[in-house]
Design a protein around this ligand. Structure first.
Ligand code: SF4
Ligand code: SF4
Length: 419
């Protein structure tokens, strides 16, 4: 991800050349599964990225296929050659953002909503005020499609978390951790945040939520705005250094993946590279941390609520390679009511802001996910990322004859603890 290591105009050559074109990643790629087009596969996209870097293909010609990539990084998990696809994608997107001009609505979504609204809690809260009113009054059906579809994703009950800066451990004191409240999550998933802190307290940890922290920069990094992502990373490093905590816990898989890559993001900045690496080493996903601390052993199986399944958020399963820990926690409560769904680690189409920028493919993947949940027979689907939760819940609401509840893992566990 460092700007200073590129041998070609923008692409790190060693990373691009690592692909041997074997095609073993094709079956793992959600967009290839849907379109069957080699240009929409990891192998095809890497070929296009190199062709753009070497001047054989124009940035404009490659844009459509690079834009359609979810950034889910399932191809990294499948690749036997260790190709770092995520790093290639980020620098390619940065290059395309500089080279390609977009029409008004896609440009406004990227440069205004993603860069200037989502990462700021106050602006996000303000922007959501009319959405809350429209939903409460049931007026969505009168809106044009481009405004109605994003509104359908929003939950009915959007409340800010308003977390205290310090929340004390319950029972035997085990330590002190920092909590990342972030931006979108803090404004829309207040209950999930409060439940996450309650679980950490129940596990014996004081929780510090620094007021000076902010957005992790994931949305910027994924859309090619690496400079803004670095500014946000430096702000968070300072906030959590001042909090003086051993571990930094996050309950959003997409943000956690970016926080764990601050070391790479800041590798080009001599002053911040070491702080970035140290920060990333302290970050843990909520499920990863709770299992590391043996919290799954404190949970009791509960009977009689129908079967439960688990959707792997891409950025937990692929970049972070965490699939066992959330299942251990869910199974500790669900016992033999736990069932696996088919394709549990195929992207649901949320992918950060993808369902705004590529609504058609997002809808196809949403339907694919709902079909797999239906096939599992589960009445509850648990996941670890707010974007997946919105996308899956909206898909379930739209599906006739399906009464399935989608829950964040923190809410699922908190409900079990409260009995
Ligand atoms: S990141 Fe996901 S969508 Fe993009 S090429 Fe890899 S597997 Fe396909
Ligand atoms: S990315 Fe990996 S799995 Fe895919 S074609 Fe290249 S070397 Fe093969």
């Amino acid at each position: 991800m460092s700007d200073q290591t590129f041998a070609t105009p923008f692409l790190p050559e060693d990373k691009a050349l690592a692909c041997v074109h074997c095609g073993l990643c094709l079956g793992a790629c959600p967009t290839y599964l849907e379109t069957g087009n080699e240009n929409d596969s990891p192998r095809g996209r890497i070929y296009l990225m190199r062709a753009v870097a070497e001047g054989r293909v124009s940035a404009e010609a490659a844009r459509e296929h690079v834009d359609l990539c979810l950034g889910c990084r399932a191809c990294e998990t499948a690749c036997p050659s260790g190709v770092q696809y995520g790093a290639l994608l980020e620098v390619t997107r940065q290059h395309l953002e500089r080279e390609v001009s977009r029409s008004f609505i896609p440009a406004a979504i990227r440069r205004v909503l993603i860069d200037r609204v989502f990462p700021f809690r106050e602006r996000m809260d303000l922007a959501l005020a009319p959405a809350r009113l429209i939903k409460r009054l049931g007026l969505e059906k009168w809106l044009p499609g481009f405004a109605r579809d994003p509104l359908k994703l929003l939950p009915m009950d959007m409340k800010r978390a308003e977390l205290p800066e310090e929340s004390p451990a319950r029972g035997r004191f085990r330590g002190r951790v920092g909590f990342v409240s972030g931006c979108v999550m803090d404004v829309m998933f207040g209950e999930t945040h409060r439940n996450s802190v309650m679980l950490l307290n129940a596990a014996g940890f004081d929780v510090v939520t620094p007021a000076s922290q902010g957005c992790c920069g994931a949305l910027h990094a994924h859309s090619g705005n690496l400079e803004e992502a670095r500014i946000l990373a430096r702000k968070n490093i300072v906030a959590f250094d001042e909090a003086d905590v051993d571990r930094i816990v996050i309950n959003a898989a997409g943000c956690g993946s970016t926080l764990k890559e601050y070391g790479h993001l800041l590798a080009c900045d001599a002053e911040w590279a070491e702080s970035g690496r140290k920060f990333s080493a302290r970050v843990r996903d909520l499920s990863e941390f709770l299992v590391e601390e043996g919290f799954d052993k404190q949970l009791q199986p509960r009977a009689g609520e129908g079967s439960v399944t688990f959707h792997d958020a891409c950025h937990l399963a692929h970049p972070q390679k965490i699939t066992r820990q959330p299942r251990d926690l869910v199974k500790a409560v669900a016992g033999d009511r736990f069932v696996e769904m088919p394709e549990s680690d195929v992207c649901c189409g949320s992918a950060g802001s993808y369902n705004l920028t590529e609504p058609e493919m997002a809808a196809r993947l949403q339907q694919r996910k709902v079909g797999n949940i239906r096939a599992s027979g589960a009445l509850t689907v648990v996941t670890t990322n707010p974007g997946c939760l919105l996308q899956i819940a909206a898909g379930l609401r739209d599906s006739t004859g399906l009464d399935v509840e989608a829950l964040h893992i923190a809410d699922y566990l908190a409900r079990a603890l409260r009995g």
